[in-house]
Ligand binder design. Structure first.
Ligand SMILES: *Cc1c(COP(=O)(O)O)cnc(C)c1O
Length: 494
């Protein structure tokens, strides 16, 4: 049985179900599995398996307390015709790379891969643990998590969901997706601050034990839909296994041949899932961490020093406009040999001094990783070139990864087969993508979306059709210190 402990040292030995419900540990750490299970079959043996079958296998290996029947219900409930591609996550070759398209779910970004299953994992956990409190999900979003979580939890019995996004820090399409959200149990607020402010605010609420008691008395318990929740992370491991199996099937790699993986990174969840897949036994060489101008991770991976004493930039890949990458804490814990005291000390240094340096042991573990960053000009150029040369349309985040991959290849000459995590539909960032293709750019994001469609003929995701005409339901704007009150007011609204 795999147990879940906190990255900050308290040996809590939780089951997966308990960790999913709890979201974040009492000592402010994140839940991590006490071991990373090996995949119990070879990737070749999975060549005829569907996405769902692979997901079932991978998630079950981590969440050993869920019965086979429970896991099947979760997986098949999540990965159904909500996805516009039958294969859920197609692997498409364009130019010199393979793009793992993770954005064919309801909200047109990769967050759907985990957030369509999280509500099933959570409601199953509530039943297993005989938890009778209502769960209120708090979510900070840099643009895509918010909508995916809202879609996942809207009108799910026994749950409420509150989303906070940075005011003016998301694209017009992203904002419209969130503020038009339906469902009686949903609330959405813009925060006057950036994503880090929103995420810090949410973590502060989680760590407020007096508030937790106040809510408990009202029959409510808080949980998280951010990738700090282990129920977000584990389902993402599945698509890296699936990608490798597809490469085998397409004859792009021989059994056992290593691949490189390139991930446009913000909160470090997606690339950590790739690391878990590698630990499970998927043949992987380098995990390449791609950032935009907010390149704190590039510096960290190259030097071992994590330093957020730096300017914060709003870029055209807003879902990566992050300085405090929460899931890095999990990687550091694993690389330190599960040294919770060390991780606690590093996180306290980050809180206090905005900087920490890791020890040699952790540093040497980082050898699996490479890092690079792309600025907005390079990103736009990558989109334009890729479209011109291969007729393939990338969104801004995917383009950051592709550009970093090109730089990596130039520097190292490493021609290992590469999979790029393709994290969003280009239509979500229509302004920048239209500009990159040399189209005249309109003020209105929806006009750009239409122009982009006319030029490329690429199908517009169903979730974005008609979005422009949908009525706005959420108009609240908050200061950072008003978040807790807003949560309470929402919970007490009846
Ligand atoms: C969230 C997001 C990312 C960053 O993923 P992390 O798991 O936070 O590193 C990259 N691209 C898009 C489009 C996203 O929505």
């Amino acid at each position: 049985m795999i147990k879940y402990n906190s990255t900050r040292g308290s040996q809590q030995e939780k089951t997966a179900a308990q960790a999913v419900i709890q979201g974040i540990a009492e000592d402010k750490g994140l839940y991590v599995p006490d071991q990373i299970p090996a995949l119990d079959v070879s990737p070749e043996a999975l060549k005829d398996a569907t996405y769902q079958e692979i997901a079932e296998k991978v998630i079950s290996a981590f969440f050993t307390d869920y019965t086979a029947e429970e896991m099947k219900a979760c997986v098949y409930g999540a990965y159904d015709d909500k996805f516009e591609e039958k294969t859920i996550a197609p692997l498409v070759k364009a130019g010199d790379a393979y793009f793992l398209e993770l954005y064919h779910g309801r909200t047109a970004a990769f967050k759907d891969m985990a957030l369509s299953i999280l509500p099933y994992l959570l409601t199953t956990a509530l039943k297993k643990e005989k938890e009778d409190k209502k769960i209120c999900i708090l979510t900070a979003t840099s643009g895509d998590t918010g909508k995916a979580a809202l879609e996942g939890f809207a009108d799910v019995a026994g749950t409420e969901i509150v989303v906070f996004y940075p005011n003016q820090g998301v694209s017009q399409v992203q904002e419209r997706q969130m503020v038009t959200q339906e469902g009686d149990n949903t609330a959405v607020f813009a925060i006057n601050g950036n994503f880090d402010d929103a995420q810090t605010g949410v973590k502060l609420i989680f760590n407020d034990s007096a508030f937790a008691e106040e809510l408990a008395a009202k029959g409510v318990k808080l949980s998280s839909a951010n990738s700090i929740n282990i129920g977000r992370l584990v389902p993402q491991v599945a698509y890296y296994v699936y990608a490798y199996v597809q490469l085998l099937k397409q004859g792009a790699v021989k059994p056992g041949e290593k691949i490189n993986v390139v991930v446009p990174t913000g909160n470090f969840g997606n690339i950590l899932a790739a690391y878990y897949a590698k630990q499970m036994g998927i043949p992987m060489g380098k995990l390449i961490c791609a950032s935009n101008e907010n390149n704190v991770l590039t510096d960290f991976i190259r030097t071992g020093e994590y330093n957020i004493n730096r300017d914060f930039y709003l870029t055209n890949s807003p879902s990566m406009d992050i300085l405090i990458s929460s899931n890095l804490e999990r990687l550091l814990y694993h690389l330190s040999g599960n040294d919770g005291a060390e991780i606690k000390s590093l996180m306290e240094q980050l809180d206090k001094n905005k900087v920490y340096r890791v020890n040699e042991k952790i540093r040497s573990g980082l050898a699996d990783f490479e890092a690079g960053y792309a600025d907005m000009t390079d990103t736009n150029q990558a989109i334009g070139n890729m479209y011109e040369e291969n007729g393939y349309l990338m969104d801004t985040h995917t383009a950051v990864a592709y550009k970093v991959y090109q730089d990596y290849k130039k520097e190292t000459g490493d021609e290992t087969v590469a999979v790029i995590a393709s994290t969003a539909s280009a239509y979500k960032f229509a302004d920048s993508v239209a500009e990159s293709l040399g189209l005249p750019v309109a003020e209105d994001g929806f006009a750009n979306l239409r122009a982009l469609h006319e030029k490329t003929g690429v199908r517009v995701p169903k979730g974005l059709e008609g979005l422009e005409e949908k009525p706005v339901r959420h108009t609240g704007v908050l200061e950072k210190d008003e978040m807790k009150d807003a949560v309470l007011k929402f919970i007490l609204r009846y």
